[in-house]
Design a protein around this ligand. Structure first.
Ligand code: NAD
Length: 354
């Protein structure tokens, strides 16, 4: 058996349909009296509902969260928290809103409570990211990890089917890379396998009926598990590639993960056969890379980077950027193999057989 180090690190988690109603008591448990409620402009109505639920525990609503957490939005949110005399923030939304909460916590140390409404998983990690001058800087800080997370599947019933599928495959990516992580451990492996299986079962059901509460619950359960893996073990090639593509070419986050994952798995397959066999079993497929590709393609998700805004001339540049830094990955980073991977993802081909 491979040696490992295991440290338990998790916010308190409250999970279940209708559990948003427990948010006030979660703030009380933490001794929080004036929370600034954060959301994107599109989720303002939900943020207002949360503020009403919190009553005088709410210091106001800041509905200015933006994709990739731009520095200007962070400055505005920090000022809003200061002006409102907030002693905490409640982030209601996807990874962009949770990311804004983390950016507030990074500067002020204010505690964050998260109410996730997508499957991105940021609420379970101490990783923050802020974009300034076209570059997304990320780091790890214990103080940005939310103190409590309330997972209410009812809040996800309205997530459009296409965002549900890509957000779910984004979560699968955390689990899949966790299974071949250089610093993985058996507890995270169990969570990763359970998380992948939860999505493999629930995503097709959500596609056919986005208001299926049982499928929504299973998917959000998967998001919790996969997010926990992301927060606890190091990621590899797939996450680095997606970070480069998102940061340098401004591609949308969840779609990029969905398109790249099958090809990153195919690239790593010869060097991580055991992890691939376990991923395939969790997916209920014969092969990990083909299984993820089919989960995306059969459920209407994009499969080609050219369809989400990458230009042909960007492929070589992305490859150069990906080769700039070495990091732990099952298979060494080789220029020719990476170029083939990116070309396949650009064209939307099936992943190569290992
Ligand atoms: P997102 O938060 O940008 O949300 C996408 C869109 O969906 C937004 O317009 C949002 O308002 C809308 N939306 C969210 N929930 C909805 C709902 N229930 N119903 C209807 N619309 C809804 O996207 P995301 O994929 O959740 O997060 C992506 C971001 O999170 C990226 O910036 C990524 O880097 C970051 N992220 C960070 C970590 C981390 O650990 N730090 C982990 C995962 C993702």
């Amino acid at each position: 058996m491979k040696p490992f180090t295991y440290v338990a690190q998790s916010p308190r988690v409250v999970f279940g349909a209708g559990s948003l109603a427990r948010l006030p008591e979660e703030l009380d448990r933490l001794g929080l009296r004036r929370a600034l409620v954060l959301s994107t402009p599109g989720q303002r109505a939900l943020a207002d509902r949360v503020a009403a639920l919190l009553g005088d525990r709410a210091a106001g609503v800041f509905a200015g969260a933006v994709m990739h957490v731009p520095h200007e939005a962070v400055l505005r949110a920090r000022e809003a928290a200061r002006a409102a005399g907030a002693d905490s923030a409640v982030a209601v939304g996807g990874g962009s809103t949770t990311g804004l909460g983390k950016a507030i916590a990074l500067a002020s140390g204010l505690p964050i409570v998260a109410v996730p409404t997508t499957y991105a998983g940021s609420e379970m990690t101490p990783i923050y990211g802020i974009t300034e001058g076209g570059m997304k800087k990320t780091g790890r800080e214990a103080k940005v990890l939310p103190r409590a997370v309330v997972y209410d599947p009812e809040l996800t019933l309205g997530v459009p089917a296409h965002l549900s599928i890509t957000s779910g495959i984004n979560a699968i990516a955390h689990a899949a890379e966790g299974l071949y992580s250089a610093d993985g451990n058996p507890v995270m492996d169990l969570m990763a396998l359970e998380g992948i299986a939860a999505f493999a079962q629930s995503l097709p059901a959500i596609r056919s009926n986005p208001r299926d509460l049982e499928a929504r619950s299973q998917a959000l359960y998967g998001a919790w598990l996969c997010g926990t893996v992301l927060g606890n073990v190091g990621m590899a090639l797939h996450h680095k590639l997606c970070h480069t593509l998102g940061g340098s070419f401004n591609l949308p986050h969840a779609e990029t993960h969905t398109i790249v994952l099958p090809h990153a798995l195919a690239y790593n397959a010869p060097a991580a056969p055991e992890a691939m066999a376990r991923i395939a079993r969790a997916l209920g497929a014969g092969d990990a890379a083909q299984g993820v590709f089919e989960l995306a393609a059969n459920n209407g998700a994009p499969t080609a980077l050219r369809d989400i805004g990458l230009r042909e001339q960007d492929v070589d540049r992305a490859c150069e950027l990906a080769l700039q830094n070495q990091y732990p990955n099952p298979r060494p980073l080789e220029a020719e193999g990476l170029r083939a991977l990116l070309r396949d993802a650009y064209e939307g081909r099936r992943p190569r057989a290992s």
